[in-house]
Write a protein that binds this ligand. Structure first.
Ligand code: HXC
Length: 519
């Protein structure tokens, strides 16, 4: 074969490989409203930046006639490229080849890009669309999955790992995305479950369809498995690109600093009156977030899950931060099991990747009741406490209104190595709210008063006295637990100045193999 023919062969092989399982299956993929593995990569990466590896890999399985069915690439497209000019590694499962099912060689391709991402310290993005383990391959496929899991585990906290689910992701296959930092699911076309509807029906008798069992809405709102729900794949991909703009390449680097045109000393008078005079009246903490961050831009994580706490990424003077805020608009911003787990995971991610944490506090306490106690609020609440307490990144806290009881301690208080703790004048920092406190402190006196009007007057006065004494930031400020009481309209500037001062913060924790996080 002459060189020209050899060249033609290469071109032909590439063209064949790019067709994956063939045009018919590509059409079927499109008919389902799904993009192909390559189209997804093209949308994800900067133009012409994709460098593909292992395009000619084929499986080595001879079972069930598979030796007569081979496709170049073997069902997964892998390689490297850039997003906003920054290096990333990517694998994209190709449903047109054996339903995107995972073989031994397919797993090796994924492991190769994961290893490269670790070697050079760059994020890895996995796009999932697969029927799971390639049934014909048996245990080698299971081994392949587990090789990937082990790499997910070792990469955790070293490089950002992001998973998009744009099709089926079932059985043990779900555990690779579950081990990564962020999951994005597209509405209507993706699902994740450990066992599918048929097995559920056989084992439990429960009749449920795929969407009800593991669709994006379910995992975005009920289980919290997915961090983002996108309307479609294109939006999902743009979320990945946006998310990466807040993250460093690896745990030894800082997130990219961007140019900020939003004045750092921008005052916002609306903040001075945003807290209602009535302490039981809700407001939307997201209004505060949008007002104080650069250009009002906030990438909310877990938007539909545990809405009583808000977490997400924003920038202050071009610096990436992780924002955590109690949401008085939902369940009065109480801390419950889901909110604790959600925020704990987020805080730990930020800490692992050198992203400072800004916490806005307005929390009436932990949610009481048997549902919470039986569900283990003690352990789950401890996760958030642990996460804040072990975090060594800069921690700036602003108490907006309530900071009561254990929730005061947990929400990045001074005592958990909070670096700069501010309070607004509307802050109420105490063991509990006035009503509960008076019921405990004065129950005997109240019982002794027979006349109802006098009783009410006594309670009102006692509550007023309590508020006067404790429902303010100044007692905490007297002890230095609050570094300063600030004017709300100046919050943006105060946070930025605090973060600037903390930019070189260095804190070390005692040497240990690893902590024993209350799981
Ligand atoms: C081999 C598979 C496959 C698999 C699908 N295909 N899943 N081949 N192994 N796991 C093939 C089909 O034979 C078909 O081939 C093509 O992919 C498309 O599949 P369809 O069924 O036609 O597509 P669709 O109707 O869209 O259904 C998709 C599906 C279904 C829901 C994913 O294929 C399915 O239920 N597959 C099996 C899922 C499963 O039980 N996997 C094992 C899970 S356990 P042709 O040639 O006709 O195009 C697991 C363990 C992991 O994964 C453990 C890790 C530790």
């Amino acid at each position: 074969m002459g060189n020209q023919e050899k060249l033609k062969k290469l071109i032909d092989l590439r063209a064949t490989a790019k067709l994956g399982g063939g045009q018919k299956r590509i059409d079927a993929q499109h008919a389902k409203g799904k993009l192909t593995a390559r189209e997804r990569i093209e949308l994800l990466l900067d133009d012409a930046s994709f460098e593909e590896f292992d395009m000619f890999v084929q499986h080595r399985c001879g079972n069930f006639g598979l030796d007569n069915q081979k496709f170049y690439g073997d069902g997964v497209v892998t390689g490297q490229g850039t997003i906003d000019g920054r290096l990333v590694f990517v694998f994209s499962q190709d449903f047109t080849v054996f339903g995107g099912s995972l073989s031994e060689t397919y797993a090796q391709k994924i492991c190769k890009v994961m290893d490269m991402a670790m070697k050079v310290g760059a994020p890895i993005i996995g796009i999932n669309d697969s029927g799971g383990a390639r049934i014909q391959e048996g245990v080698t496929s299971l081994a392949g999955y587990t090789e990937i899991f082990e790499r997910n585990i070792l990469a955790s906290g070293v490089i950002p790992q992001i998973s998009a689910i744009f099709g089926p992701c079932a059985g043990g296959a779900v555990y690779s995305p579950a081990l990564t930092d962020f999951i994005i699911m597209s509405k209507d076309t993706s699902y994740m479950f450990v066992t599918g509807p048929k097995v559920v029906k056989t084992v439990t008798g429960e009749v449920v369809n795929e969407e009800q069992l593991g669709g994006a809405t379910v995992h975005g709102s009920k289980s919290g498995v997915t961090h983002f729900i996108s309307e479609d794949e294109r939006e999902g991909i743009s979320i990945i690109r946006k998310l990466l703009s807040y993250l460093p390449q690896n745990n030894l680097e800082d997130a990219p600093l961007t140019i900020c045109n939003d004045p750092i000393d921008r005052l916002d008078d609306s903040l001075n009156s945003i807290i209602p005079d009535n302490a039981n009246k809700p407001y939307d903490v997201k209004d505060i977030i949008h007002t104080i961050v650069d250009d009002g831009e906030f990438l909310e994580v877990h938007r539909n899950y545990a809405a009583n706490i808000i977490v997400g990424f924003a920038k202050f003077n071009g610096m990436s931060v992780g924002l955590v805020a109690n949401q008085p608009k939902y369940l009065a911003g109480v801390l419950d099991i889901n909110a604790s787990r959600k925020a704990a995971r987020f805080v730990r991610f930020c800490d692992a990747f050198n992203i400072p944490i800004v916490t806005l506090v307005d929390v009436p306490g932990f949610l009481p009741g048997t549902t919470q106690e039986y569900g283990g609020i003690i352990i789950h609440g401890a996760k958030l406490l642990f996460a804040y307490g072990e975090a060594t990144v800069p921690k700036v806290t602003v108490v907006l209104r309530k900071a009561y009881g254990g929730a005061y301690c947990v929400m990045a208080s001074k005592h958990l190595r909070g670096d700069i703790n501010y309070a607004w004048p509307s802050a109420e920092i105490a063991v509990m709210g006035p009503k509960g406190a008076i019921e405990v402190l004065d129950s005997r006196k109240i019982a002794e008063i027979e006349d109802q009007q006098k009783k009410d007057e006594f309670i009102a006065q006692a509550e007023e006295d309590y508020k006067e004494k404790f429902a303010n930031p100044y007692v905490a400020a007297q002890y230095g637990y609050i570094d300063d009481v600030i004017e709300p309209r100046n919050t943006r500037f105060r946070i930025i100045r605090a973060l600037q001062g903390l930019a070189t913060k260095k804190v070390t924790s005692p040497a240990k193999k690893h902590s024993n996080l209350p799981l």
